[in-house]
Design a protein around this ligand. Sequence first.
Ligand SMILES: Cc1cc2nc3c(=O)[nH]c(=O)nc-3n(C[C@H](O)[C@H](O)[C@H](O)COP(=O)(O)O)c2cc1C
Length: 163
Amino acid sequence: MSDVLVTCFSRTGSTELAARALAESLGADLDLIQSPDSYTGPGGLVRGLWQTLTRRGPPVETARDPADYALVLVGTPVWAGQPTPPVRSYLARYGRRIRALAPFCVSASGQAYPGVFQAMERLAGLPPRATLSLAENDVRSGASADRIRQFAISLRRGRDGVA
Ligand SMILES: Cc1cc2nc3c(=O)[nH]c(=O)nc-3n(C[C@H](O)[C@H](O)[C@H](O)COP(=O)(O)O)c2cc1C
């Protein structure tokens, strides 16, 4: 078992792709945030948007306990400038068990959304060690591979106490 965990929710796969690349670079364990609420199809999209705008979260399940790790990377797609409802639920339920947090997000624009990381910090109750914002197209094409590797290297340095 690694001392770093990468976990995420992903509706259409781009955040999961980024999570897998980060986990590989870090030698980290990978987990996926699962929910019985479906976000597929038009009904799922409406549910997702409504939960996002009303700051509600569905029930969620995970396979791994974040308290077992020295560092936890939590990834979310950006929905309406916010973290997705399953990630909101995950952090509300397990956030206080996270010792060090590094949130990352994937969006169509790739821009940094302050609202995403502020909400994740508030829910987890601790400031992020570092954050990463990626564009969906770059994740899918592989154009963000270098940024993902650099982010992993900087996290490892910080974790190992190397400047
Ligand atoms: C309901 C909804 C809201 C979204 N809002 C934004 C947004 O505010 N800004 C943005 O750049 N992309 C937005 N997107 C696009 C997603 O962030 C983007 O497609 C992301 O890569 C999806 O991640 P996934 O493939 O892991 O599900 C939105 C998508 C959905 C479904």
